[in-house]
Design a protein around this ligand. Structure first.
Ligand SMILES: O=C(O)c1cc(=O)[nH]c(=O)n1[C@@H]1O[C@H](COP(=O)(O)O)[C@@H](O)[C@H]1O
Length: 229
């Protein structure tokens, strides 16, 4: 569940309706910048698995330091941009591995490929004359080579990546839109049922639930859709 709120009150007001067995929670740039690491610790202490989605992208030492800081907050998953390159990702993996050897529980390390809001035209403007599928495949292969646990991509690329990279490499997919929801700023979208049959491991869903007048009802509808009921 993507908690894109900007106050502690709004966040906790929403989370009070949830239990850890219902969903994991994702804290992204808006909430973290508004409320700081305290909100991460609060949600971890309530027993939730927390995905700290800050999409780190910097020189190797700085990025790895940030990933280590995330691990010390007790999060379950953290992400970096694959476009930060091999040396950056390798340094993150090495520093997490040192922590693990020292007995600290470390988060899953996930690489962001091509943002789900982007299409071929956006890539072209960045000087990349390839379609999203091809670019996602290239970045996901690099992430796997560097020892990451998986990637963020759209569910539209999931089937292809499972074939290319195997079952053990995790696919985390935002851009999930049930039939009844609006696309908002997302571009490469899929419904929850389509995403499940494409083999995704974790779906990230925000506004279709958080902006609904009855969020719990929508969550239950999505869970029923996933279970094929
Ligand atoms: O890393 C992410 O979580 C992420 C990557 C990506 O390519 N696209 C993407 O939408 N996200 C995040 O996933 C969430 C999607 O939220 P909704 O569009 O509201 O369902 C947001 O919090 C985004 O920051």
């Amino acid at each position: 569940m993507a908690l894109d709120f900007n106050t502690r009150e709004a966040t906790l007001g929403f989370v009070d309706k949830l239990k850890p067995e219902m969903c994991r929670l994702k804290i992204g740039k808006e909430l973290f910048t508004s409320c700081g690491p305290g909100i991460v610790e609060e949600l971890v202490s309530r027993g939730f698995d927390v995905f700290l989605d800050l999409k780190f992208h910097d020189i190797p030492n700085t990025t790895a330091g940030a990933v280590v800081a995330a691990a010390k907050l007790g999060v379950w998953m953290v992400n970096v941009h694959v476009s930060g390159g091999r040396k950056m990702m390798r340094e993150c993996v090495a520093r997490l591995s040192e922590l693990k050897t020292a007995g600290v529980e470390v988060p899953l390390l996930i690489g962001v490929t091509v943002l789900t809001s982007m299409d071929r035209h956006d890539l072209e403007e960045l000087g990349l004359d390839v379609g999203p599928q091809e670019q996602v495949k290239r970045l996901a292969q690099l992430a796997k080579e560097c020892g990451l646990d998986g990637v963020v991509c759209s569910a539209q690329e999931a089937q292809m990546l499972k074939v290319e990279l195997g079952d053990g490499f995790l696919l985390v997919t935002p851009g999930i839109r049930p039939e009844f929801a609006t696309k908002d700023d997302q571009n490469r979208v899929m419904t929850p049922a389509e995403a499940v049959s494409s083999g995704v491991d974790y779906m990230v869903i925000g506004r279709p639930i958080t902006k609904a007048s009855e969020p719990l009802k929508v969550l239950q509808m999505i869970q029923a859709e996933i279970a094929g009921k």
